[in-house]
Design a protein around this ligand. Structure first.
Ligand code: ADP
Ligand code: ZN
Length: 701
């Protein structure tokens, strides 16, 4: 068998056969000293384009950086074994020239179509002719139609860059000119496109896409949430006359197979996908776009822990493709990179067509509190009523699923907690369940307290989106109120339908979690209320201020996108907090300056690198002991700060107790060397103890 690096091969592994890739090392070096008794023969080599050198180097890079094994990273590339085999042929029908013995109206309709000489699938033909499948079968029997085999056509056609060229505003035009110039210049520039919500960032990077399509290269667009894609696909279609291919967990295995293969062969030019699309086998990658680059959803915290935004920059550098990071609220990391001149900074300061930004105000909950047991201030209710009167829409944002975050017994004070996690059970009144948001455990809401047995004394504490829906229904009973969160029955598909319905004005008041808050375009939305702006401000996360700033900017940015006058009200107990003030005053540059300075003075990322190791076990003692043993093997090193072990803030998840060690260094390479050394010399995990390394952690829970 002739094999070359990059070839996908089938190999025996124990009793199984699995797919692997013929690997090479960047320096051409190979591990020649494997004992021949350990070697097995390759079973087969499917006819399939090889994994390209740039992809192999990317896999090596990710494995090294995240401290995972290359095989774990490669798994993300080899997700669709069916794609490696020769694509199955599709059955088609063609006119044979023979007329049927008996002609009917239905048969005539079919023959009229096939006489033009094209191939048809059976379903396509019956659909186009408006006849049943049995009519087609009849014509096959008569010999008028012959069956033929043909390879399935590309799932998407080539985008037409002249299909609907936009008229860009002056500001947009100069931004797109810079992008295009960067692409023409060659090299691997990274551009940060920083533009307020509604400034037309998408419109602008579409011009960069057009430039790359024109050169015949491929484009990858990463989006943080699949719920966002439907509007995006249509927008792309309006600009380029065809949809891009999609890649996320929601597409069918058959489609997955086709997308994978057609990307490898170059038949697909543009893919829009979730972070896993980074591992698709592009044969000629020419541009990567990361939209909403600041989003935490780009961080994968499972198996291989990586941030797709950062890995996209690496993928671009290795594949020699430019990268565009786009956001209305860029991450501190990216802003610092732009300040240092590592990224080209491009700013869009105005909304398109001068659509005014919403008038933003804080509602001081100490001065204008809601009635007892309610959560909406009269000030906010007043604004909602005003927008309803004008026939416009309101959006209330609260990042809490369910009815109430805590249920307790008024008789004995018993709180409902998950047995396996350090978390309260959240009441979901619609489903009549108490649910753990960490492990998914759920139980029916009991009539009596399991602790003291008192009947009907359970009280819901605090608001969730369902409870706000109820409060609004009492106030505006004749209005159409929609409550949206990831709990929606019917999943992503239903979510997209509901979002479309809102955009068409089919709801008056929308209550939602962050899924509704992001990236959507609701023309009639003129009143946005943030129900509890303080939630994320004091949770001990070093990114708390940044996250709150980003989230609240996104939410309030939903208002007034079509030019109508709009308001954004932020309910808070601390209106003087710098983050709240920065949002209200619109002084975002001040926020960035202050936050960057604060990170610098406290030595937090991006002015240092962090890594965490979470030790977990079903046995609390064992987890703690192992964490302590690791700590003891940590050598003193002036470059490295070691913190912990400490019990993780969420001390137990899914029955596993968790302890955390945190490491800090100025340079990533110092951190990597130190951790590698420590893990090699330190105690090995035994039993059910797990040690999970997370480089650049986002979550500190
Ligand atoms: P952003 O991504 O910056 O929030 P979008 O690209 O979604 O902004 O643009 C906001 C709205 O303005 C969209 O509905 C978009 O179609 C419209 N828009 C922006 N620029 C143009 C343009 N040059 N021509 C036509 N419509 C535009
Ligand atoms: Zn749980």
């Amino acid at each position: 068998m002739t094999l070359a690096p990059g070839d996908i091969v089938l190999v025996p592994l124990g009793p199984r056969e699995v797919f692997g890739v013929v690997w090479d090392k960047p320096d051409g070096d190979t591990d020649g000293n494997v004992s021949s008794s350990k070697l097995r023969e390759v079973s087969a080599k499917p006819i399939c384009p090889p994994i390209q050198p740039s992809m192999r180097r990317f896999i090596d890079w990710v494995a090294n950086y995240t401290m995972s094994t290359p095989g774990m990273v490669l798994r993300m590339v080899l997700r669709t074994p069916a794609s490696y085999n020769t694509p199955s042929l599709q059955e088609g029908l063609k006119y044979s020239g023979i007329e049927p013995e008996r002609m009917t109206g239905a048969r005539a309709k079919v023959l009229e179509l096939v006489r033009e000489g094209f191939m048809w699938t059976k379903s396509g033909l019956s659909h186009a002719a408006g006849v049943s499948g049995s009519v087609i079968d009849g014509l096959v029997k008569q010999g008028s139609l012959t069956k033929i085999q043909f390879p399935s056509p590309p799932i998407v056609s080539i985008p037409d860059i002249n299909f609907a060229e936009p008229e860009l505003s002056e500001e947009q035009k100069s931004a797109s000119d810079i992008l295009v110039a960067q692409i023409r210049k060659g090299g691997t520039p990274v551009c940060l496109l920083d533009g307020v919500t509604g400034s037309g960032k998408t419109e602008v990077y579409f011009e960069a896409i057009a430039e790359v399509i024109n050169r015949g290269s491929q484009i990858l667009i990463l989006l943080p949430e699949i719920a966002l894609t439907s509007g995006f696909l249509e927008r792309f279609d309006r600009r380029f006359g065809t949809r891009p291919a999609q890649w996320h967990s929601d597409i069918t295995p058959k489609m997955r197979e086709k997308v994978w293969r057609q990307i490898a062969t170059g038949e697909i030019h543009v893919v829009v996908g979730a972070r896993s699309a980074l591992y698709l086998p592009f044969c000629q990658l020419g541009l990567i776009i990361v939209d909403e680059e600041h989003e935490a959803a780009f961080k994968q915290e499972d198996r291989v822990f990586y941030n797709a935004r950062d890995m996209a920059v690496v993928r671009g550098a290795i594949a020699k493709a430019p990268v565009i990071l786009s956001s209305a609220t860029p991450s501190i990391e990216s802003r610092v990179n732009a300040n240092l001149g590592r990224y080209q900074y491009i700013r869009l300061a105005e909304r398109y067509k001068q659509a005014a930004l919403p008038d933003l105000r804080a509602v001081d909950m100490r001065n204008d509190p809601p009635p007892r047991g309610k959560f909406l201030s009269p000030v906010l209710i007043n604004e909602i009523a005003g927008s309803l009167e004008r026939g416009e829409q309101s959006l209330l944002f609260l990042n809490r699923r369910g009815y109430a975050p805590l249920t307790l017994c008024r008789a004995c004070g018993h709180r409902f907690e998950c047995n396996d996690c350090s978390a309260w059970l959240v009441e979901h009144r619609f489903r009549q369940k108490l649910v753990c948001h960490h492990c998914g455990h759920n139980e029916p809401v009991p009539d009596s307290c399991p602790n003291c047995g008192t009947l009907d004394h359970l009280v819901a504490c605090g608001p969730g989106v369902e409870r706000l829906g109820e409060e609004l229904l009492e106030l505006f009973s004749e209005k159409r109120i929609m409550v949206l969160s990831s709990d929606i029955a019917g999943g992503a598909k239903r979510m997209r339908l509901e979002l479309d319905a809102i955009a068409k004005g089919e709801a008056d008041i929308v209550v939602g979690t962050q899924l509704v808050a992001k990236g959507h375009n609701f023309p009639l939305m003129t009143c946005v209320g943030v129900v509890d702006a303080d939630i994320g401000l004091s949770n001990g996360d070093p990114r708390a201020a940044e996250r709150t700033f980003q989230l609240l900017s996104q939410v309030t940015g939903r208002a007034g996108r079509s030019g109508l006058e709009s308001v954004g009200l932020i309910q808070t107990f601390q209106p003087e907090h710098p983050v709240i003030k920065a949002i209200i005053s619109g002084e975002r540059e001040q926020f960035y300056e202050r936050e960057i300075a604060a990170r610098k003075s406290s030595g937090l990322p991006p002015f240092s690198r962090l890594a965490s190791i979470v030790i977990s076990s079903t046995d609390r003692k064992k987890a703690e002991q192992h964490a302590n043993e690791i700590r003891l093997t940590c050598k003193p090193d002036p470059q490295i700060l070691v913190l912990g072990p400490a019990e993780a803030p969420i001390a137990q998840v899914r029955g596993r107790y968790r302890f955390r060690l945190l490491f800090r260094a100025v340079k990533a390479s110092e951190l990597h060397n130190y951790l590698r050394d420590m893990l090699n010399s330190g105690p090995k995990t035994r039993g059910d103890i797990r040690a999970q390394v997370d480089i650049d952690p986002q979550s500190f829970l």
